[in-house]
Design a protein around this ligand. Structure first.
Ligand code: SAH
Length: 346
């Protein structure tokens, strides 16, 4: 069985002509897909065409099986995929719209020491359509439609998985989700977060997409980074910065660095100075995230005061910095926490 949400309008046109159907059917199917409809609920499609489609494709590739709501209004979803695998997502609602955090893989093989998504390794990549379906199902749940009537305004690829370790599917997803005529979320409102898979940063820069690139740095030097992020054994910070500069030159988009504050590990004054030295003179923004503690990991978060102090040290060196509010830490907000709970309870 395949995922119909993987198909672009052009690919749907090929499909309907193979099936001997009129060309306009492709547009109808495409609209239904982008409205978040399952094949069986596409009311303007003939029964016989739906039956044909259902022999080839899943009716819908995922369903929301759990919703948790945080005190701050953030919602966390667990989605069940057609093969029974569980992934998760987070919906953050603001005055200007809704941001959805999507997963790109079932699990992750990057092995970052602070992250719950990677505890059980990588089960499999998500297809472009499975990533898209997370957006479509939540958009429709919020009453959103297509184009400017969409409810989801921003997407961040910060759920489970390493987007640049599932490169082709992620790029296809970026094209599908930003396609005119579809839900049409502007690439400028989409953030791709990576632990720093250097060759694929260059590739992404050359795709002609204007997405925001977010680098998970988390340490100001390679030795410290290696102790918390295995990918640091493969690519140095210098290589990441070079690729990041290339990304900026190609896209004109300021790159964001994520820095999870782990008490006693990466939050010293020396670390702040070293970090400031790295990003100096470079169009960038540093996002500090107080660690979301993960039960299985022996790493501690910082107090708000310590986070403020670290931000002040950076500001004193002229760094543009914000502290990201800890989102939904009462509802297993950290990547992979909800999924792990569901897997271990089953
Ligand atoms: N693989 C991608 C996306 C991961 S999730 C990446 O590495 O960027 C998005 C961000 O959350 C990353 O910066 C990741 O390092 C961070 N993160 C993961 N677990 C966390 C935790 N327990 N507390 C705070 N941030 C965490």
């Amino acid at each position: 069985m395949r995922v119909i949400q993987d198909l672009s309008l052009l690919e749907l046109q090929d499909l309907v002509s193979e099936l001997g159907e009129a060309k306009f059917r492709a547009q109808q199917i495409y609209d239904n897909i982008n409205l978040g409809k399952s094949i069986s609920s596409m009311s303007n499609i003939s029964k016989s065409l739906k039956e044909k489609l259902l022999t080839m494709f899943f009716d819908f590739p995922l369903e929301i099986v759990t919703t948790q709501e945080s005190k701050d209004g953030t919602k966390k979803f667990a989605y069940k995929l057609a093969d029974g695998n569980i992934i998760e997502g987070v919906l953050m609602s603001y005055k200007y719209g809704h941001t959805l955090c999507v997963s790109t893989q079932v699990g992750c093989r990057m092995g970052c020491k602070f992250c719950a998504s990677t505890l059980n390794g990588l089960a499999r990549n998500l297809t472009a359509g499975e990533i898209l379906s997370q957006v479509l199902v939540v958009n429709s749940m919020l009453g959103g439609k297509l184009g400017k009537h969409r409810a989801i305004t921003n997407v961040v690829l910060m759920g489970s998985g390493e987007p640049l370790d599932n490169y082709d599917n992620v790029v296809k997803f970026l094209r599908l989700v930003s396609c005119e005529g579809g839900i049409n979320i502007s690439p400028r409102n989409i953030s791709v977060s990576t632990c720093g898979i250097v060759p694929n940063i260059y590739k992404l820069a050359d795709e002609g997409l204007q997405v925001v690139l977010t680098i998970s740095l988390h340490a100001p030097n390679d030795n410290l980074r290696k102790t918390i992020m295995p990918i640091a054994n493969k690519y140095t910070i210098a290589e990441i910065l070079k690729a990041t500069k290339y990304y900026f030159d190609k896209t004109g988009r300021r790159v964001v660095f994520e820095y999870a504050l782990i008490d006693g590990v990466n939050n010293t004054h020396d670390c702040a100075n070293e970090l400031a030295g790295l990003v100096k003179g470079f169009p960038t923004h540093v996002n500090l995230i107080p660690l979301n503690e993960v039960a299985e990991r022996d790493l501690k978060t910082v107090t708000h005061k310590k986070a403020e102090q670290f931000a002040e040290w950076l500001k004193a060196k002229g760094v543009s910095v914000t502290i990201r509010r800890t989102i939904a830490d009462d509802i297993d907000g950290a990547c992979g926490q909800l999924r792990n709970k569901i897997i271990s309870n089953n």
